[in-house]
Design a protein around this ligand. Structure first.
Ligand code: GCU
Length: 327
């Protein structure tokens, strides 16, 4: 074969393999599962993410969102992702504690001074470090989504920790959330989110805790008429992707995903503020009373958790200190 022919052959060969690669990417649709309805702010933020990813990759990467726990609870979705049946899951830091201990820091009550402190952590290097901490479990965090502050709700006002005594309080499957309710005097009962409405209605649990939009959009406001603004935790929602899926994307596509995720997370801050105001009004319209509790009493009751952590898990305690030190 002469030189010209050899060159031509390798050119055609390269073009063919390039088109194979291109068409393979054209077919890339990432399946994402989460447990909120379509009118929840996080669904809107992730729809924006899907739109931007499609634009940035010229339609070569698409994200298909399955809301409403159609594909299972958060835990089941995580398992589907680990088995390769799903690519992405929108979970939260409480659920992720079981997969990577670094997330448990977010579940400590009154960790953040205020919202600005929370954003400095989630938008900063330390936030990224926690998102990357789960790679051994087969996934990494893509971004955080604002999920406000969580507070207790039940059929009576909770003004001090004493008011929680004897109450069965639903918590997420997070050892830190369990320890928190215990240190406040309640009886923690881990349950999947989707089972909570019926559990509250039938008295399987007496109380629960969540942010205002989730409380309202899950219609827990129909069965719990007092929402006490003790704001014990700020637990971010977290979008995760399987490392297998992520590693298969080209570098450009990975960058497009990360950029769109960052943009959607910024957008979420605005969506969240709007949603909190709107859903609070809606709940009030349904007869829910928002109670201002004695927050200092709650803060004081959980302080032993920090001393306990220092003794039992110095590494995690160190991470907590680094979070506290973020300006
Ligand atoms: C929040 C969070 C969900 C989580 C839920 C819960 O609504 O966004 O990811 O499942 O709390 O309490 O289970």
């Amino acid at each position: 074969m002469n030189m010209r022919k050899t060159l031509l052959c390798s050119f055609v060969g390269a073009a063919l393999s390039l088109s194979a690669v291109t068409s393979a990417y054209a077919a890339t649709t990432l399946k994402l599962s989460h447990n909120h309805p379509r009118d929840h702010a996080v669904h809107k933020a992730m729809s924006q993410l899907a739109k931007e990813v499609k634009e940035l990759t010229d339609g070569e990467v698409k994200i298909r969102i399955y809301p409403d726990a159609q594909l299972g609870t958060q835990r089941e979705s995580m398992e589907l992702m680990q088995n390769g049946a799903l690519d992405m899951v929108k979970s939260n830091a409480a659920e992720l504690e079981a997969f990577s201990p670094a997330y448990s820091a977010f579940n400590l009550p009154y960790l953040f001074r205020d919202k600005a402190h929370y954003y400095s952590v989630t938008d900063g290097e330390l936030g990224r470090e926690i998102l990357d901490s789960s790679s051994e479990s087969g996934f990494i965090g893509v971004t955080y989504y604002d999920a406000g502050a969580r507070s207790f709700y039940t059929s009576k006002p909770i003004k001090t920790p004493e008011d929680l005594k004897g109450l069965k309080v639903r918590v997420q499957p997070s050892p830190t959330a369990i320890a928190m309710v215990k240190s406040l005097g309640g009886s923690p009962t881990p349950l999947a989110y989707g089972e909570l409405y019926t559990a509250l209605q039938q008295g399987v649990v007496d109380a629960a805790e969540n942010n205002i939009p989730s409380f309202s959009l899950s219609r827990h406001s129909e069965v719990s008429k007092y929402f006490s603004l003790d704001e014990h935790t700020m637990v971010p929602d977290v979008l995760v992707i399987s490392t297998k899926t992520y590693d298969k994307l080209t570098k450009e596509h990975q960058e497009a995903l990360m950029k769109a995720a960052k943009d959607s997370s910024e957008y979420m801050k605005q969506l969240w503020a709007e949603s909190e105001a709107k859903e609070r009004k809606k709940a009030e319209g349904m007869g829910v009373t928002f109670v201002q509790p004695n927050k200092a009493a709650f803060v004081a009751s959980v302080q032993p958790m920090y001393a306990e952590l220092e003794k039992s898990n110095p590494e995690l305690s160190q991470l907590v200190k680094r979070i506290q030190d973020v300006k």
